[in-house]
Unconditional design. Structure first.
Length: 542
């Protein structure tokens, strides 16, 4: 075997803060051969991204240091390279794609300018030559009508398009090694599948090597030649992908492989009362144009949807970003205006004013996608959970409120003694449990769950799904579960709505839709989520 393109040897990474030193990575070693894809797998906090950033020395030095190790790229130790040598390697020989393209792309610069800057800096290309190369790159990564996208800004592109632009920037100088740090985590399943296919195709065409960082072993199976499994700063198992999946040796690897959400939703009971009902519900946003700002058209975010949701039942709402899933949930809870009938526990609420809705708010609650964004960083957990009680149950004494908060935390599996801490002192999974406790403390009948597991590691996802099932069985809750993750929906939903561009594509019992979908769009979603090859994914774009 030839010498590896990249060889990481006995690498350790330490962080220094306030006189304290902590090891984030401890004595890891791995190689990447030419043309090979190596996956670095592990949950949040395992040290994956720190290891990858060390390759290009992108850590916050001098607070970060390397107590041991070397990183050999084409035989040269990058840890000993000076700034000029590193600038030559970065963007030329080694490039990187990050998890969230919206934070990686400059919001003030057009796509043409951002890709052109790389070409000018590394290749000296300007003007017509640069534009020709930019169009070539955008075509390579599958951007349709690239000439029309040159002047676009990042906010004008979809998540998948932004990630394709990031890939175009990474490939601009034909690198030898591409580092992809969770490049598909924030994407819909269909877009995720397309990006994985694109990366694989481009890698083969350009003869690149790739270091692919992820917490999702399902992705690893599709793209990697070899796997390194990481936890608590250490690589605990490494080997060919097929071997790791067929016969994992380390307990942590077996834990990751078994961490996918499993089980079935509580059985649906048609005799139970209807909690939420909608008939011909529409949410249309006007498009205005001209000097007088006349309405010339509408964005039909939700267009004529009917649904019924009973106590103890979960209605799963699936579809790609922009399909109208969240708008549907916000309209049902009367947080945005809509047309059509909406009934909550038998009362028509579609014409209720803000003040008329207030007495009902404690009985309908929402758990959002990002718990860090939905929990106030300035309030303790006790204050966050008690806030709703102060508004809706004013007769409670301070001791009674505190007892309810402690009981809610205990119910979601958290130690009540931690209630005086702040959100930043908890992990992502713990913060989502706090968000669930905030909703449950008011004893609601209806809960809208808007992508509550998408920001979490696989094993934490499974724990949250189990928790939601337990709470539903205990309190006979009605859930509206919005997600693009069909594996999670399968574990929770009795009924299901598949949405596309504001309309219902398919609707019915979840078990039937998962086992025998009738519409091409639904089949394409299933193909992307469960790695089924029966349907061409491009069908959903047509």
């Amino acid at each position: 075997m030839t010498d590896p393109l990249l060889s990481v040897r006995d690498l350790s990474v330490a962080f220094h803060q306030g006189g304290n030193t902590s090891l984030a990575v401890e004595h890891i070693s791995f190689d990447i051969q030419r043309g090979e894809t190596v996956a670095l797998v592990g949950e949040s906090g395992s040290g994956k991204s720190v290891s990858a950033n060390s390759i290009l020395k992108l850590l916050p030095y001098p607070s970060a240091s390397h107590p041991s190790g070397e990183i050999l790229f084409n035989g040269k130790d990058l840890l000993k390279a000076n700034d000029a040598e590193l600038r030559n390697v970065r963007g030329n020989d080694i490039t990187m794609i990050f998890q969230e393209p919206m934070t990686s792309l400059n919001p003030l610069h057009s796509i043409e300018r951002q890709i052109g800057e790389i070409l000018e800096l590394h290749q000296g290309l300007e003007g017509a030559a640069a534009r020709t190369r930019i169009l070539e790159l955008l075509n390579q990564v599958g951007i349709r009508e690239p000439e029309k996208r040159l002047s676009a800004y990042p906010h004008e592109l979809s998540g998948g398009q932004r990630q394709r632009v990031m890939i175009a920037m990474a490939l601009a100088n034909r690198p030898e090694l591409l580092i992809a740090d969770e490049p598909t985590t924030a994407l819909d399943v269909t877009v995720q599948a397309q990006i994985l296919e694109l990366l694989k195709k481009l890698k083969d065409e350009h003869g690149m090597s790739m270091l692919f960082i992820t917490h999702d072993l399902g992705i690893v199976r599709k793209i990697a030649d070899r796997v390194c499994v990481m936890t608590k700063g250490k690589i605990v198992e490494t080997g060919p992908t097929a071997e790791i999946f067929a016969s994992p040796q380390h307990a942590y690897t077996r834990h990751l492989l078994a961490s996918e959400p499993k089980g079935n939703p509580p059985p649906s009971d048609a005799s139970k009362p209807i909690v939420m009902e909608a008939s011909d519900m529409k949410v249309w946003f006007p498009i205005k144009a001209g000097f007088l700002r006349k309405v010339v058209d509408h964005v039909k975010a939700v267009d004529g949807i009917d649904l019924k949701l009973r106590a103890g039942q979960t209605l799963g709402v699936v579809g790609e970003s922009g399909s109208g899933k969240t708008t549907l949930g916000l309209a049902l809870t009367r947080l945005i205006s809509s047309k059509g009938r909406i009934a909550f526990v038998g009362k028509d609420i579609d014409r209720y004013s803000f003040n008329e809705m207030r007495p009902l708010r404690n009985r309908m609650q929402i758990v959002f996608q990002d718990p860090y964004g939905s929990l106030s960083p300035r309030m303790s957990v006790a204050d966050i959970i008690a806030e709703g009680l102060k508004i809706h149950e004013r007769s409670l004494s301070e001791n009674e409120r505190d007892a309810r908060v402690a009981a809610a935390l205990e119910e979601v599996g958290l130690d009540p003694s931690t209630r005086w801490r702040y959100p930043h002192e908890f992990s992502g999974g713990q913060r989502q449990r706090i968000a669930i406790a905030r909703a449950m403390v008011l004893k609601p009948q209806f809960v809208m769950l808007d992508e509550p597991t998408s920001a979490l590691d696989m094993s934490v996802q499974a724990q949250v799904v189990d928790l939601l099932r337990d709470l539903q069985s205990k309190h006979d809750l009605a859930y509206l579960f919005i997600s693009h993750d069909l594996k999670v929906v399968r574990a929770l939903a009795n009924e299901m709505i598949v949405m596309r561009m504001g309309k219902v594509v398919e609707q019915g019992p979840a078990e039937r839709i998962f086992s025998a979908p009738t519409e091409d769009y639904t089949k394409a979603l299933m193909a992307a989520a469960f790695d089924i090859e029966a349907v061409n994914l491009t069908a959903i774009r047509q």
